[in-house]
Design a protein around this ligand. Structure first.
Ligand SMILES: Nc1ncnc2c1ncn2[C@@H]1O[C@H](COP(=O)(O)OP(=O)(O)OP(=O)(O)O)[C@@H](O)[C@H]1O
Length: 298
């Protein structure tokens, strides 16, 4: 089978005349880990819901494993962990996982699912009595139950502690190593940087950037200038200086995000701002992301 895992062609989704997703097109090849990044309300969940067939596009087409997302044969080959993991009252963790295993033609063994989700010790616990982080891990076990070819993870690590998070990403990478396609959304940019082969940045429902983490970092000149500011320096006074994408304060220390720090430093000096301990940093993913999202808004 050589078809792409996911194909979106000019997909738009409107809610009451407002575009949550606006003419989005991309293709995801099999065996890749793709991170969808974007600020709150960018359209990530709406996009995933359309790929899963839970929402219909207003216009455009979505293909999942070469077929329609609603197709039963396609559904048997996918798994999804959405933001709200609801549990069934009266069932233990193991019973819940077994119920989900029964929905699929070739489920993974229960023991393996308990192990990859780190829930071995909780197997006999009532699912409804679990903590937020444990629920998310159960959500992962349920998503993986059918040994899916494509796995969707919507902000999977929210509420997980550091150890769970590490186990989680190790498992995801191991699944990708076996040719599985993983699509995830996260607000933790460093996670996307470490885990994803490809990052798709969405902003205002539109594609803002698409590439490997290093490409994303390289395609933007996003950099920062930090300094300890004199008392006369305020957000308002900085707003008068051109070339600042974003401003972040930490006490009297200010960090300015810019697409051209050479130009900006000249502007800052020209404005005769009181600055001490000036530092210029080259862009990481966080800076790249801010700069992309900010550019796209203009
Ligand atoms: N069922 C709905 N009815 C009306 N508007 C909706 C609906 N679902 C989403 N929206 C709107 O569509 C836009 C995109 O929302 P979406 O949940 O896809 O964003 P997101 O990128 O997943 O955000 P977050 O990071 O906060 O989860 C938002 O403006 C949201 O308010």
């Amino acid at each position: 089978m050589s078809e792409a895992a996911i194909q979106l062609q000019q997909v738009t989704k409107e809610f009451k005349g407002k575009k949550a997703v606006d003419n989005l097109s991309f293709t995801v090849e099999r065996g890749t880990v793709v991170a969808l990044l974007g600020p709150n309300g960018a359209g990530k969940t709406t996009t995933i819901s359309m790929i899963l067939g839970l929402l219909h596009p207003t216009t455009g087409t979505v293909k999942l494993l070469g077929g329609a997302p609603q197709d039963r044969q396609v559904r048997d080959r996918i798994g999804a962990m959405l933001q709200d993991v609801s549990v069934i009252e009266g069932l233990t963790v193991a019973e819940t996982i077994n119920l989900f295993r029964s929905y699929y033609s070739q489920p993974l063994p229960l023991e393996q699912l308990l192990q990859i989700s780190g829930l071995d010790n909780e197997r006999n616990k009532m699912a409804s009595a679990m903590s937020g982080g444990q629920r998310r891990r159960l959500g992962f076990a349920l998503a993986a139950a059918g040994d899916p070819e494509v796995l969707f993870l919507d902000e999977p690590t929210v509420g997980m502690d550091v150890t769970s998070r590490q186990l989680f990403w190790d498992t995801v990478r191991a699944m990708a190593g076996k040719g599985r396609t993983i699509v995830l959304t996260t607000h933790y940019l460093e996670e996307a940087d470490q885990v994803a082969d490809r990052i798709i940045v969405i902003n205002d429902g539109k594609l803002a950037a698409d590439g490997t983490p290093s490409q994303i970092k390289a395609t933007t000149t996003g950099r920062t200038i930090s300094f300890t500011a004199g008392n006369a320096v305020t957000t308002e006074s900085l707003r008068n200086i051109s070339g600042i994408v974003d401003i972040e304060w930490n006490g009297r220390r200010v960090k300015l995000y810019s697409n051209d720090t050479d130009q900006l430093i000249a502007e800052l000096v020209r404005a005769e701002l009181e600055m001490k301990d000036i530092e210029i940093m080259s862009g990481g993913l966080e800076e790249a992301f801010r700069s992309l999202v900010s550019t796209a808004k203009v």
